[in-house]
Design a protein around this ligand. Sequence first.
Ligand code: SF4
Length: 328
Amino acid sequence: MDSTILDIALEKGLSGAGLSVEEARGFVALPADALYDILAVSEKVRRAHKGVEVNLCAIVNAKSGLCKEDCAFCVQSIRYDTGVMEYPMAEPQALIDAAKEAQGYGAREFSIVTSGTRMEKGKDVDALVETLESMKGAVGVERCASLGILSREVLKRLKDSGLESYHHNIETSRGFFPNICTTHEYDEDVEAIKAAKELGLHVCSGGIFGLGETWEDRIELIQTLKDLGVDSIPINFLNPRPGTPLEHASNLTPVECLKIISLIRLMLPAKEIVVCGGRSLNLRDLQPLIFAAGANGMMVGNYLTTPGRDPLEDLRMLDDLGLKPKGL
Ligand code: SF4
């Protein structure tokens, strides 16, 4: 086994520099029997930067379905017959209640998520402004939102109303992106991230794995996130949903998921790395190993359109591992 690349990964992980693209290629070429050596290095790097604290985040689907885009993994696209629930923007009180519930089961960050890439209706923005202003002081969670590609004016208005963090995934590499979305450009997503950064928001951006992308695509995605200077990287593993073009995709094993998490930790050693959708389905009984692989956060409660496991099970898993929810 090539231990050199893991020595480099440890050294550059502890220093905060992270693996270069060329070194990352060496990392992904490690043989299957290197898994426990990879986990040992990733665990050391995670602990050095993040200690034993785990960031728990929760989301609410504030506006569901009827999206005009064609993302191949998503049940919310109007182009696919998926039977997903469709509803307009939820009332502010319903969103505030959801935030309080999330805080009750340990979430430190709470994100309001809407379908679609544009916030077209002024009254939807007004509802979000009202929600964010009411949440200040009333709910002890970091206020986050995932609302697609917003104008700088709208984003600034939301920030002025109390928005602290903005989420917008770039999903995959630039080269692979046209295989999963043809209705908007990769650069529009990149610009959305730049706009949020310029406004001084905490920026959360990552992607979804298991779409059929190669390891080279994964390395390119992670390097793009590094270049953009995002603060937090949410990782989703494909949950193939009936009615979507990817309904029969079966591209990931639990060990591959762990190696993806490790790759991100070793390229971006000091960032927040949060395992989100598809965790239970793809990791199965290896879920506790996500922290050894380098994750220091996970989504708790329900995902956007599918149910998650009982948050109490997640809290017990952390306790059993000697880890602590951040802020509790
Ligand atoms: S991922 Fe977002 S933009 Fe793409 S189809 Fe789903 S809701 Fe629409």
